[in-house]
Design a protein around this ligand. Sequence first.
Ligand code: PMP
Length: 309
Amino acid sequence: MAFDDMDVDTIWMDGEFVDWDDAQTHVLTHSLHYGTGVFEGARCYDTVDGPALFRWEEHLDRLFDSAKVLDHDIDHTRETLTDATLSLIREQGLASCYIRPLVYYGYNSLGVSPKDCPTRTTIACWPWGTYLGEEAIEEGVDVMVSSWRKHASSQLPTNVKATGPYLNSMLAGEEARRNGYVEAIVLNKEGNVAEGPGENIFMINDGELFTTGVSESTLDGITRDTVIELARDLGYTVHDEASIGRGELYTADELFFTGTAAEVTPIRSVDDTTVGNGSRGPITEELQQQFFDLVEGRLDGYDEWFLEV
Ligand code: PMP
């Protein structure tokens, strides 16, 4: 859905709440030219106890880690960013939404070195359903292995969320969609599975879970971590630093993506090869159910992952 069709009117910019239409930046903004920003994607869920941010502290941790790698000095505290986010959600009457903090080098000069450019910080929230579509949650998605490889962490940081490296995600995802697929899987420099353009990937074989870790140029996703914990709590064995070859995608019993935006989305085919039974597999369904029960506040024992709005 386009922003103009949404009932949202405020964005937080550098300490101020501004009207949505006034949240502007100069065309000579450093990060617009060189991709030198860092960002987060978090969610507020409409839980049975009311709206609550899910794993917000972990998203803030990653935002500050990302900023550190790009040498951004965020001149706002975690508390300020948290208060701003809670106010945006309350004041706009949002029950569930996606939350996008962005930190970027602003306007001053345009050498590649950003050292004279100010670090700017913004937060926007808007309603956003599951990234790959409601139908995908039940039916699964058809994906292709991209001809684009994921950069190694010696080329661009892969353990944090910087804006520039998302060019790789954009190219891989658009290649897939141009070819009639919903999403891509990207291989790393060695030719093993890295992840999706905006998702981690899980493989299930013989009742055990396998997912790639940071050593495979994979982002240490917060949903990935959540699903690992849920799966272990259910008694499953999870191999969380697995190396997955391309061929294993075709022979897997089940595959699914995880991500804040994509939540838990089954993969039903890779390169037109059916995965498992060609629809959502039984363990994927169980974990997906557990995930939605969790984020909607129906599971006991995970209170520390929620921050009430
Ligand atoms: N990998 C990439 C490249 C991503 O952009 C994302 C989305 N942040 C993920 C994995 C999933 O991470 P998370 O569960 O923290 O959203």
